[in-house]
Design a binder for this molecule. Structure first.
Ligand code: FES
Ligand code: FES
Length: 160
């Protein structure tokens, strides 16, 4: 049996301590160890963006990280963005612009957009599309997502 390593993380403001196998992926840790199944897993090799989370405030692909690499980190997942009865701002924009299609990719988009709104200029649709290019939607309905991000970027205004 593989030796386990103790890790401590804070996820959506809640502290967790778990002993994990060194090879456990962060995506599996979030989904199977602490039960946050909103983080979806698609390609499992860093291409689709479905597993995107925020790691210490920056977007990261949880399928490309080991849980032990997140030791001491603050993590944000889709569960921290809102609830069924109280949607977060990005979720509301998706709803209003019909950005929610089959929804498999949506948690990854929303977490990537949380990072984009904090760090990317998003001054034109071309910049928005470029920023979104790491997240794949198989429904091919990017226009609605772009419209949602445009509204959020306009609301935010220019970055300082
Ligand atoms: S599941 Fe992580 S990038 Fe596709
Ligand atoms: S809504 Fe993105 S894959 Fe369907």
């Amino acid at each position: 049996m593989t030796a386990r390593t103790d890790i401590h993380v804070v996820v959506n403001g809640v502290a967790y301590r778990r002993a994990v196998e060194p090879r456990m992926l962060l995506s599996d840790f979030l989904r199977h160890e602490i039960g946050l199944t909103g983080t979806h897993v698609g390609c499992e090799h860093g291409v689709c963006g479905a597993c995107t989370i925020l790691l210490d405030g920056r977007s990261a692909r949880s399928c490309l990280l080991l849980a032990v690499q997140a030791e001491g980190a603050e993590i944000a997942t889709i569960e921290g963005q809102g609830t069924q009865t109280q949607l977060g701002r990005i979720q509301t924009a998706f709803r209003d612009h019909h950005g929610l299609q089959c929804g498999f990719c949506t948690p990854g988009f929303i977490m990537a957009i949380a990072d984009m709104l904090a760090h990317h200029p998003l001054e034109s649709d071309a910049q928005i599309r470029d920023a979104l290019s790491g997240n794949i939607c198989r429904c091919t309905g990017y226009q609605h997502i772009v419209n949602a991000v445009r509204e959020l970027a306009n609301e935010r205004g220019p970055l300082p």
